[in-house]
Design a binder for this molecule. Structure first.
Ligand code: HEC
Length: 178
């Protein structure tokens, strides 16, 4: 009696499970075809997982910011850093330097690219951003205002060098905050 109940439970779970699969199979006709059409190979008989993976991949792509959006973030933190340096605010400077690093790391982690970039972003990160960001962090920690100013100038100038090298020379970053 007990095992019959378990069997019944399993059966109804399977049936509702299959029902759910079809419900979440996607709205577009080609996705629906994947669910019922059997083009997913022998490990994925209904093509169900392939359809899910494809639609999740498309979703991740749609949600991933473009290079320009990350650049706007870099610009924001660059300008806040310039303000903090001229206000001799070392704590705020250290914070903004960290945000600049995190933003650049995200571009690398997500492998952001676009048609203007001549090489992958990490190549330019090493060439233009890594050294000035490290020196900036050290200067903020040592509360060395003169070094902070010099390294900020180096950073700004490197932003512009990279813009020159990647077809956006017109995107001129100025050293003072707006
Ligand atoms: C890889 C080299 C590179 C480096 C380093 C770089 N940029 Fe950029 N930047 C680009 C490219 C390429 C674009 C054009 C993006 C696009 O096509 O949307 C851009 C665009 C921009 C834009 C315009 C964004 C928009 O959509 O309005 C700003 C602002 C900007 N960068 C700021 C900075 C700042 C500030 C730094 C330095 C902290 C910096 N960039 C460092 C390559 C770089």
């Amino acid at each position: 009696m007990k095992s019959l109940f378990v069997l019944f439970f399993l059966f109804s779970w399977l049936v509702t499970g299959i029902g759910c699969r079809q419900d979440t199979g996607g709205d577009r006709p080609e996705q629906r075809r994947g669910v019922t059409g059997g083009d997913g190979g022998k490990d994925d008989p209904g093509g169900y997982w392939q359809v899910r993976v494809d639609s999740l991949t498309a979703l991740v792509r749609a949600l991933t910011p473009g290079l320009g959006e990350f650049m706007v973030q870099l610009k924001y933190h660059h300008d806040r850093l310039a303000e903090a340096v001229s206000a001799k605010d070392f704590e705020r400077s250290a914070y903004e330097i960290d945000e600049l690093k995190e933003t650049a790391e995200k571009i690398q982690l997500l492998r952001i690219t676009n048609e203007k970039l001549q090489e992958p972003f990490p190549v330019f990160y090493q060439k233009y951003l890594q050294a000035p960001l490290e020196s900036l962090a050290a200067s903020a920690q040592q509360k060395d205002l003169r070094a902070l100013k010099t390294n900020l100038e180096a950073l700004t100038s490197n932003c512009n060098s990279c813009h020159h090298e990647n077809n956006v020379a017109f995107m001129h970053i100025s050293n003072t905050s707006p």
